[in-house]
Design a protein around this ligand. Structure first.
Ligand code: ADP
Ligand code: MG
Length: 625
């Protein structure tokens, strides 16, 4: 190295500074994970080199290894690999910025509460910067494949880093940590082996450490300390739960163990191994459309790419895992994947595996399944629309709040509902509303409460969209209680029907009078038997869009043809009875409008003209004196 070497100073990207600061403070109690992260990066670098060696055989000559070496005299711990390495430009970019989308948003969610932040940072993926939890100085010496010089990157984690060109004879990367005074435990051989065993057993490359020898020699003898076999290639009953869990943490960067997993090796027409996990917690950016998602793709054990989204439908975007195919070519690209028949077959096989795994979880461990639903239920509700072919199986996985329960917890399956259906009940009834409180108190439920018929209460934004793709379950139609005519079987009896018809006939002039007042605000005014306590309710025509759907479409910038509501009046209610006595014109008009407006209010919680409503109400209140 010549003295002329030029040292460049760089500043970390603002986001990196923030993350570094928070990480060092909130992850102290998990600090041993820095080693997992550095080994994981070394393994990624080896994976990428191996992929290159498919076309450039000369690269395959030397085995790929990761070496961990502690130097007690210097107080340093070094993680080395002979993987793909970095050029100077790559080092500046990869070790000075966070390229991931949504980083700013993520940082905003951090609270300063150590526990919560540890959780979030865990989900985000701590990566390389976790080295600063244990080191007060980090030096990275690397030489990229095909680069003719090496680079030294170094930083004290205080907002700046330096880079300089160096001589480095061999390809690959050394990450040298100058351990903090209180982190010297990571110089101990047994401690390092313990951490590697705990977190990195499953790494597919050899992790080597110096052999413990009696006499001091200059030449280090290296020995393998992990199994060095890709986890999913091992037989299932040879793998412990802990190993499955650590592997999950490795591929997902999650701190929490997964809820469940499914490991399958398939031979025959399609040959593949899949290892699929359901996380315990929804990622902070589940709703971000640009969010990376998908499985780690391997072809014949060779790592091909991260986040191959082609193998999972969008509604299963929370699934993590690995797929290792024997049928795809090693030089497969995203473009080839996109329209390959093998991809399509794998996608439908993987989808089925996930749905089966969820069904099994629901059956074997309802409590865990409820946890899953609370985290990912809203996403699963996209299923029937996206994956019509599997809609029956998806329908079995759905959970809803209902009048059977007392709170907003979504824990009623359609099968539970069907099992509780009354004799002669023809449909699965549901109500959609803006909130659980609005649903629970809706006038539409009165008749159902009276008859003891359960109603599903749908209050997620996606629910109307969901039910528009789910017209039946187990041969029973799903019916919105606030749409169209309601037939709960009471009209099956001839005498009863005649009586109702006679009452309706008698009320005709009254209904006409109300209709005249309301004009084109309503499509129709009619009597109803669905109310017991309320004077009125509004219903929609069978094929009109519900308010949630209308909102979604409006937000998407679409013209929404909003159907007019039908006003239904309860003939047994004292207010409606009173309206049918002789009432002068102005008073009748105020009453009719107020009745209509309160029906709308209890349905939607909003009015088109709240001021007019208040004025009318005041006029009536004053006239009572
Ligand atoms: P991630 O691994 O999730 O991409 P990290 O923060 O762990 O994020 O690493 C940042 C980047 O630095 C990596 O994506 C990679 O490009 C580069 N990098 C880190 N360690 C190595 C290494 N040992 N060899 C080559 N590149 C590395
Ligand atoms: Mg990493």
């Amino acid at each position: 190295m010549s003295a002329a070497n030029h040292v460049e100073k760089h500043s970390f990207q603002t986001e990196v500074k923030q993350l570094l600061h928070l990480m060092v403070h909130s992850l102290y109690s998990h600090r041993e994970i820095f080693l997992r992260e550095l080994i994981s990066n070394a393994a990624d670098a080896c994976d990428r080199l191996r992929l290159k060696s498919i076309e450039r055989h000369e690269l395959a000559a030397e085995p790929l290894v990761i070496r961990i070496h502690a130097d007690k005299d210097k107080g340093t711990l070094t993680v080395s690999d002979n993987g793909i390495g970095m050029t100077k430009e790559e080092a500046i970019r990869n070790l000075g910025t966070i390229a991931r989308s949504g980083t700013g948003e993520f940082l905003k969610q951090l609270t300063g509460d150590k526990q919560k932040d540890a959780q979030l940072i865990g989900q985000f993926g701590v990566g390389f910067y976790s080295a600063f939890i244990v080191a007060d100085k980090v030096v990275v010496e690397s030489r990229g494949l095909d680069a003719d010089q090496g680079v030294r990157w170094s930083s004290k984690g205080d907002g700046e880093f330096e880079v300089e060109v160096i001589d480095k004879p061999e390809r690959g990367t050394d990450v040298i940590l100058y351990l903090k005074e209180d982190a010297k435990e990571f110089l101990e051989d047994y401690r390092l082996r313990q951490i590697i065993h705990k977190y990195s057993e499953h790494i597919a490359f050899e992790i080597q450490m110096p052999k413990a020898t009696e006499e001091k020699t200059d030449k280090i003898e290296w020995e393998k300390v992990n199994k060095a076999q890709a986890l999913w290639t091992r037989p299932k009953n040879d793998i412990s739960d802990d190993e499955y869990i650590e592997f999950y943490k490795h591929i997902s960067h999650d701190f929490e163990p997964p809820l469940t997993w499914s490991h399958n090796k398939v031979e025959g027409k399609l040959e593949y191994t899949s290892l699929l996990y359901i996380p315990s917690r929804a990622p902070f950016d589940l709703w971000n459309r640009e969010r990376v998602r998908g499985l780690k793709l391997y072809v014949q054990r060779v790592f091909i790419m991260d986040d191959a989204e082609q193998f999972l439908p969008v509604y299963l975007r929370f699934v993590r895992g690995v797929i290792d195919s024997n049928d795809l070519p090693l030089n497969v690209s995203r473009e080839i994947l996109q329209d390959s028949a093998v991809t399509r077959s794998l996608k439908s096989a993987v989808t089925k595996r996930v749905l089966d795994m969820l069904e099994k979880l629901a059956k074997d461990d309802p409590e865990k399944y409820q946890k899953f639903w609370d985290q990912f239920g809203q996403v699963m509700k996209e299923g029937p629309a996206e994956d019509y072919a599997n809609r029956e199986q998806i329908a079995r996985l759905l959970r809803f709040a209902s009048t059977h329960g007392s709170d907003a917890t979504q824990n009623v399956s359609l099968a539970d509902y069907v099992a509780r259906m009354k004799d002669g009940q023809k449909a699965i009834y549901y109500l959609t509303a803006e909130s659980f409180a609005a649903a629970k108190n809706s006038p539409h439920l009165e008749i159902f409460r009276k008859k003891g018929i359960e109603v599903l209460l749908l209050t997620d934004r996606i629910d109307e969209w969901l039910v528009s793709y789910l017209d039946e379950f187990d041969g029973k139609p799903l019916k919105n209680v606030a749409k169209g005519e309601l037939d709960l079987g009471e009209l099956d009896d001839d005498a009863a029907r005649k009586e109702v018809e006679a009452a309706f006939e008698k009320a005709k002039p009254f209904l006409e009078r109300v209709k005249k007042v309301l004009g084109d605000r309503v499509a129709d005014v009619r009597l109803t038997h669905r109310l017991t306590d309320s004077p009125a309710c509004v219903v929609l025509n069978e094929h009109d869009l519900g308010p949630q759907m209308a909102q979604i479409l409006k937000a998407a910038g679409q013209e929404v043809p909003q159907g007019k509501p039908i006003l239904e009046l309860n003939p047994k209610h004292p207010l409606i009875e009173k309206m049918q006595s002789d009432m002068e014109e102005q008073l009748f008009s105020d009453w009719a409008l107020l009745i209509f407006e309160q029906a709308q209010l209890s349905e939607r919680g909003t009015l088109e003209d709240p001021a007019a409503f208040a004025q009318r109400l005041n006029r009536l209140l004053l006239s009572q004196q």
